[in-house]
Design a protein around this ligand. Structure first.
Ligand code: SF4
Ligand code: SF4
Length: 202
């Protein structure tokens, strides 16, 4: 089993529902994004447009972050998902340096409010205390949801069905069938990390 995702850029409308679903499900604190949508401006007025590209941890098959981690906190499970064991992480950030995709986020400092100038709410306090301070965290393909036969939150919520998730090792899975028919490309493929997230061209 090797979990992977396809992101169909022709379908993505840049609505950020995936970003919100990720934050909502995982309760990540302010400024911590495990899933986000990059936007690029193209063309000139009156023909200007924004082009969205959703990104998340690529769950690289040959993950440099795992190799860089000195404590074994970063590891890959039997399903190809790369995790961080927060109890083993010492916050040295070696994995963040090794990751070319900016997929890892460092949690430090005091809780911050989503509302500038306002007190931290009870929810924000809880969100912050759920995460250990001084350690690194990242997307785990919603491993808790997968155990319950649910899709990752970003996949389940995407109104454009731009995200397809499944087992890349199973030739009968939807992801494998799509990748046979259409050539999916991976980001920064020259880095040789063999990402498990593929993109279909616009
Ligand atoms: S939810 Fe789907 S359509 Fe919206 S930004 Fe994310 S991938 Fe694109
Ligand atoms: S995208 Fe970054 S954090 Fe995710 S597996 Fe690859 S190197 Fe590690």
């Amino acid at each position: 089993m090797r979990y992977g995702m396809i992101i169909d850029l022709a379908r993505c409308i840049g609505c950020n529902a995936c970003t919100v679903a990720c934050k909502s499900h995982n309760g990540t604190p302010k400024d911590i994004f495990w899933s986000q949508v990059l936007v690029e401006e193209k063309g000139e007025y009156p023909n200007a447009r924004v082009v969205p590209t959703p990104i998340l941890c690529m769950h690289c098959e040959d993950a440099p972050c795992v190799k860089a981690c000195p404590t074994g906190a970063s590891y890959k499970d039997e399903n190809g998902i790369v995790h961080v064991n927060q109890d083993k992480c010492i916050g040295c950030k070696s994995c963040m340096v090794a990751c070319a995709y900016d997929a890892r986020k460092f949690m430090g400092g005091e809780p911050k409010s989503y509302f500038p100038g306002k007190e931290v709410t009870e929810l924000e306090e809880v969100q912050h205390t759920e995460f250990s301070r001084g350690v690194v965290s990242k997307c785990d393909f919603c491993a808790d949801r997968l155990k319950e036969d649910l899709l990752p939150a970003c996949v389940g919520t995407c109104p454009a069905q731009a995200r397809i998730f499944g087992d890349l090792d199973d030739p009968g899975s939807e992801v494998s069938k799509i990748l046979v028919k259409k050539s999916g490309r991976t980001l920064l493929s020259h880095k040789g990390t063999k990402p498990s997230v593929y993109y279909l061209a616009r």
